[in-house]
Design a protein around this ligand. Structure first.
Ligand code: IPE
Ligand code: IPE
Ligand code: MG
Length: 238
C-alpha cells in the first residue's frame, strides 16, 4: 500500500438503516456506530493517519424525531465517559467542532471535559463534528473576521474556520451509499479525494478502511496542474 492520507474525514452514515434492518430502534444503530468509530480511530492511528475528522451530528439533524435527537445527546455523553480512559491510554487528542450554543449545558460540560482532559495528548488528532454544518462554519468565520475589522480572504477565512488547527482532509469517506456532502466540510473538502462506500457505518471495518486508502493511492492529485507538470516534480499546492 502507498502512503496513508494524513487527514481522513468521514460522514458516518447508515446507522438508522442498520438498526431498521434488524427491527431495532434507530438509536441502537447509533450505539453500534460508536463501536465502529472506536475501531476506526484505532485503525487510523495504527496506519499512521495523523488526523481523523468525523461527522456525528449535523446542523440539520435537529429535525429528526425528538427521541432520536435526545438519544444521540445522551449517547455522546455516555460514550465520552466510557471511552475517555482508553482515549487517554492511546494519546488521542479530541476536539469538538460545531456550534456549542445550541447544545445543553450537560452536553457542553461533557465535550469540554473531554477536550480539556486530552489537551496535551500528542497522538491522533480526533475531530468530532457535532452540531456542525459547513455553512455555519463559513458564516461564523466571516462574522468573526468582520467583527475584528479584518479583510475576508481565502487565507483569513481558513484561519478563522473551526478546523483551523488541522490541514484540509486528503480523503473524505461517506458510508451508507449516499453520494452527497450533506453540509460537511464545504470549504475544507475543496481538494479532498472522495470515496463512497455502500457499507452502513456500523459495518465499516478495517478492510473497508484499507480499500478506501488503496483507492486514494490510485488517484492523481493535480491541484489544478497538469499530469506533465506533476511528473517534472515540485510539491503540489496543498
Ligand atoms: C448517521 O446515520 C448518523 C447521524 C446522522 C447521527 P443515520 O442516522 O443518518 O442513518 P440512516 O441514513 O438513517 O441509515
Ligand atoms: C449526514 O448524514 C450527517 C451525519 C452523518 C452526522 P444525514 O443522514 O443527516 O444526511 P442526509 O440527510 O441523508 O443528507
Ligand atoms: Mg443518514
Amino acid at each position: 500500500m502507498g502512503p496513508v492520507p494524513q487527514h481522513i474525514a468521514i460522514v458516518m452514515d447508515g446507522n438508522g438503516r442498520w438498526a431498521t434492518k434488524r427491527f431495532l430502534p434507530r438509536v441502537a444503530g447509533h450505539k453500534q456506530g460508536v463501536d465502529a468509530l472506536r475501531r476506526c480511530a484505532k485503525a487510523c492511528a495504527a496506519r499512521g493517519v495523523a488526523v481523523l475528522t468525523v461527522f456525528a451530528f449535523s446542523s440539520e439533524n435537529w429535525s429528526r424525531p425528538s427521541e432520536e435527537v435526545s438519544g444521540l445527546m445522551e449517547l455522546v455523553v455516555m460514550a465520552l465517559a466510557r471511552e475517555l480512559p482508553q482515549l487517554m491510554g492511546d494519546g488521542v487528542r479530541l476536539y469538538f467542532v460545531g456550534e456549542r450554543s445550541g447544545l445543553s449545558d450537560k452536553v457542553n460540560a461533557s465535550l469540554n471535559l473531554a477536550e480539556q482532559t486530552t489537551a496535551s495528548n500528542t497522538g491522533l488528532v480526533f475531530n468530532v463534528c457535532f452540531n456542525y454544518g459547513g455553512r455555519w462554519d463559513i458564516a461564523q468565520a466571516a462574522a468573526k473576521l468582520a467583527a475584528q475589522g479584518q479583510a475576508i480572504t481565502p487565507l483569513s477565512l481558513d484561519l478563522a474556520l473551526a478546523l483551523a488547527h488541522v490541514r484540509d482532509p486528503d480523503l473524505l469517506i461517506r458510508t451508507g451509499g449516499e453520494k452527497r456532502l450533506s453540509n460537511f466540510l464545504l470549504w475544507q473538502a475543496a481538494y479532498s479525494e472522495l470515496y463512497f462506500s455502500d457499507k452502513l457505518w456500523p459495518d465499516f471495518d478495517e478492510a473497508e478502511l484499507d480499500r478506501s486508502i488503496a483507492a486514494f493511492n490510485e488517484r492523481e492529485r493535480r491541484f489544478g496542474k497538469t499530469s506533465e507538470q506533476l511528473a517534472i516534480g515540485g510539491a503540489p499546492l496543498a
